[in-house]
Write a protein that binds this ligand. Structure first.
Ligand SMILES: *[C@@H]1O[C@H](CO)[C@@H](O)[C@H](O)[C@H]1NC(C)=O
Length: 264
């Protein structure tokens, strides 16, 4: 009997030591290269979390998040062609402002950007066929004061830090961004271990990473204080799997820069 208890005791000790010794930390947060992410100390393929993420496809028109009281909706399944049936005009704009204010086509990325400027600044910008063209617009229009306002442009790599309300503009290319893309800057965090820009947008993943922002993009401050933003999510502790929401293809998306409404 004594002998058996001793063996049991040994077994428990042995298995405990197994547990204690085994987790040699092989990665920390940003270590894993390529298509791996750091999961509980080990570089692990992104495949499983990515497949789970891709299954999240809210039906077209479902609210997917809200930034500063501006809701965003899923554009899942949309053919992304011009369709006047999906045109949206600001409610009661004729009564309130004496003119009809065009918001955009539901639920394109441009429609969210315009709606954000309308709700926050009573300001709209001109018609564009695709998002990249916003970077070429010179002025916006405040329909409340009837004044035109300058749209200032900053190339990605500028030393002027993006600010709340700026529009981030993606370059149009043949692959994943045939129309370019636009997102609104909600917050910027430079002096952090995980520098990033919080953005809000429509018609990107059709699902937001959090209730109040769609993605936290990686920001790098260069030697000459230049700010470079890439189309990759920043990797945070406890959110390691966010890395897997980007793919090799989407990572090639190029951000041209940011557009600021000159409010003065
Ligand atoms: C927008 O215009 C309305 C109507 O004039 C006004 O009540 C509101 O304060 C304005 N909002 C902003 C953000 O300027």
């Amino acid at each position: 009997m004594k002998y058996i208890v001793f063996i049991l005791f040994q077994l428990i000790l042995f298995s405990l030591s197994e547990v204690v010794v085994k987790p040699i930390i092989q990665c920390t947060l940003q270590d894993c290269e390529g298509d791996d992410f750091c999961y509980q100390g080990y570089c692990t393929p992104c495949e499983i979390p990515r497949n789970l993420w891709f299954q999240r496809k809210p039906e077209w028109g479902t609210k997917v998040g809200e930034a500063i009281q501006v809701p965003a909706y899923s554009n899942f399944g949309d053919a992304n062609v011009l369709d006047t049936n999906k045109d949206e005009y600001l409610k009661d704009s004729k009564i309130n402002f004496g003119e009809e204010i065009y918001v955009g086509q539901n639920y394109q990325c441009v429609q969210f950007a315009r709606r954000f400027w309308i709700q926050n600044y009573n300001t709209t910008f001109g018609s564009v066929n695709y998002a990249e063209q916003i970077f070429n617009l010179q002025e916006a229009y405040n329909f409340d004061t009837k004044k035109t306002l300058q749209m200032k442009k900053f190339q990605n790599g500028d030393i002027n830090t993006p600010k709340f309300g700026d529009l981030l503009i993606w370059q149009k290319d043949e692959g994943e961004f045939p129309y370019g893309h636009v997102a609104v800057v909600i917050a910027v965090e430079i002096e952090s271990n995980y520098p990033h820009v919080l953005i809000a947008e429509q018609n990107y993943d059709q699902s937001w990473d959090a209730r109040s922002f769609s993605r936290a993009l990686k920001l790098v401050k260069g030697k000459n204080k230049e700010i470079i933003i890439s189309n990759n999510r920043q990797i945070f502790p406890t959110k390691e799997d966010w890395k897997c929401r980007d793919t090799e293809i989407t990572s090639q998306g190029v951000i041209l820069g940011w557009v600021r409404l000159n409010i003065q």
